[in-house]
Design a protein around this ligand. Sequence first.
Ligand SMILES: Nc1ncnc2c1ncn2[C@@H]1O[C@H](COP(=O)(O)OP(=O)(O)O)[C@@H](O)[C@H]1O
Ligand SMILES: [Mg+2]
Length: 346
Amino acid sequence: MSNSNAIELHDVDKTFYTRHIFQKHEDTGRRRLYEKRAVHAVDRVNFTIERGEVFGLLGPNGAGKTTTVKMISGLVRPDAGKVFVDGLEVERKRLKVLRKIGVVLEGTRTCIWPLTPLENLSYFGNLRDVKGPILKQRARELLDFIGLKDKMNVQVRRLSRGQKQKLAVCIALITDPPVILLDEPTTGLDVQSSRAIRDKVIELTHERGKCALVTTHDMAVAQSLCDRIGIINHGALVACKPTDELLDVFSEQTFEFRVDRLPALDGLAAVPGVVGAEPCPEDDGPAFLLHLVQDEATRSAAMYDAMDWLRGAGCLLRSITRRQQTLENVFLRLTSEPRPARPDGE
Ligand SMILES: Nc1ncnc2c1ncn2[C@@H]1O[C@H](COP(=O)(O)OP(=O)(O)O)[C@@H](O)[C@H]1O
Ligand SMILES: [Mg+2]
């Protein structure tokens, strides 16, 4: 594997088999022991994450995000393909890989409830050979940044769900690991805490050269945190690009024109290169949206023609802005596609 990649997945595949014991058969109505049922959770996924990079894995529920995180941390064994962490093959060097990883798994009870946050951090630090003054200092710094300092001596079972989640993030970071895996870390957190985690991840990666894989449903977090984004649907990676590029590729080339009065938009829509024209809500004076073709040369000609047309119609042009595509729209578009048919008929 290449030197700058901290995580590599090559054609990783995982199918879970479940048995449904004594369920009613749909046709006969008889209860019986079902045969194995297969769920193809991760479908030949490839991606790499460089040192110093935040990679976001986005996908709807059941898409295969948690399974992917578990395969990187050695908790689930892939059926096929290889996973490398910091140059080590996970399958063969599990213990060494575990030492390099700090992981928060969604909905897992990571912390010990009868202990306090400080005691939890001491316990998990000691387990992983972080001791003495370094442990103390790191624990206090982590609790401080995440806003748990005033709860550091309160038993975990008395903390809220969000506070437990914050502690889980601190536990993952207590060993100062080079590879950070955060499975839905901001779910259930308030805006400040989610922002604190985002800032910390950016500091650890961009400034200190660690690598982070973050799965999230929160598009705002993904858009402002991740350098690159992979979108996973039905176990398959349907897009994987730098965040800006991903937004650009799916950008519809829509421009918002602010004018002194709304012209007859049918005439404008007839200009070559214009795909459509529609009025937009008038919260800041009259305005309309112009949808243009993707091709750059044709689009440029259409812009000139549209402006000539507006001048001809006697409109005063106040401003033109390009509508930025949001990650949420891109995500919805990509994940609304049906599962692609597989050649082997699965
Ligand atoms: N241990 C398991 N046994 C059986 N099926 C599983 C297991 N873990 C996950 N799955 C199934 O694999 C699919 C992907 O799950 P998961 O990776 O948890 O998705 P996500 O984290 O994207 O919501 C789901 O259909 C889920 O039901
Ligand atoms: Mg999950």
